[in-house]
Design a protein around this ligand. Structure first.
Ligand code: ADP
Length: 233
């Protein structure tokens, strides 16, 4: 049985059909890329699975248990975590306290040591700094650390790569590989395919709110429909 299973996920906003049918499975410790042109529904898909919006139709199951339409805090406890395209840390709070707030309610998979996590993400020297003083890359890492504090079973990562240097991308790809190898499944929304390739060989391609391809990235790039979507040919 897959760890996460998404079937026929649909999201309407009034008359606008933002998701018209998303289907994919995610195995334990698997990383999956979620790609597609701007407006194809990637963030809406994350929001629908992570409880920010209640999907209009379709099902999401975690370990066979339906979690469709559950609230974000329930999903966090169940093991669904996420990062945001634009992180919003508590800017006036220290970096370390930002992590502690993430676990203010005890969760079933045990506590994570914030200092170890900060060390791992290269943020240890900023532990006592106000989060608002971090640069954009460091704020993304803090957002990732906050998500990891909850020991997610599935972690959705929304556009982590944008604006990072090649060296930063390489080091974060290594970190994401480690996180997956430790058993956390990843869904990585990413425009930078070179970066994505370092994290996973497998992608779900979205177009106009539908998943049109699930499989190896290399095959996706040779698929005529995917090519049409990306190149507009
Ligand atoms: P992507 O992440 O692939 O760029 P989005 O998920 O942000 O795409 O957007 C998919 C579509 O859904 C777009 O047409 C967008 O305008 C629309 N959309 C997203 N969120 C909302 C919302 N809260 N209300 C209305 N329309 C929305």
């Amino acid at each position: 049985m897959p760890l996460l299973s998404v079937r026929g996920l649909e999201q309407r906003f009034g008359g606008l059909v933002a998701l018209a049918g998303i289907d994919f499975d995610l195995e334990p410790a698997q990383a999956l890329g979620l790609v597609g042109p701007n407006g194809s529904g990637k963030t809406t898909c994350i929001n629908a699975i992570c409880g920010l919006n209640r999907p209009t139709k379709g099902t999401v199951t975690l370990d066979g248990t339906p979690i469709t339409g559950a609230r974000p805090h329930q999903l966090a406890r169940a093991g669904i975590g996420r990062t945001f395209q634009i992180p919003r840390p508590f800017r006036g709070m220290t970096v370390r306290d930002n992590l502690l707030v993430a676990t203010s309610t005890r969760h079933p998979r045990g506590d994570v040591d914030p200092d170890e996590l900060l060390e791992r993400l290269g943020l240890a020297r900023f532990g006592a700094s106000e989060a608002g003083t971090l640069n954009a890359t460091q704020q993304k890492l803090l957002d990732l650390a906050r998500a990891l504090m909850l020991r997610p079973r599935v972690l959705f990562i929304d556009e982590l790569g944008a604006g990072l240097s090649p060296a930063e991308l390489h080091s974060i790809a290594g970190l994401l590989n480690e996180i997956a190898a430790e058993g956390t499944s990843l869904v990585v929304v990413e425009h930078l395919l070179g970066f994505l390739e370092q994290v996973t060989p497998t992608v779900v391609v979205l177009n106009a709110g539908s998943s049109i391809f699930v499989g190896p990235l290399r095959d996706a790039l040779r698929d005529p429909e995917v090519e049409r979507v990306f190149l507009g040919t």
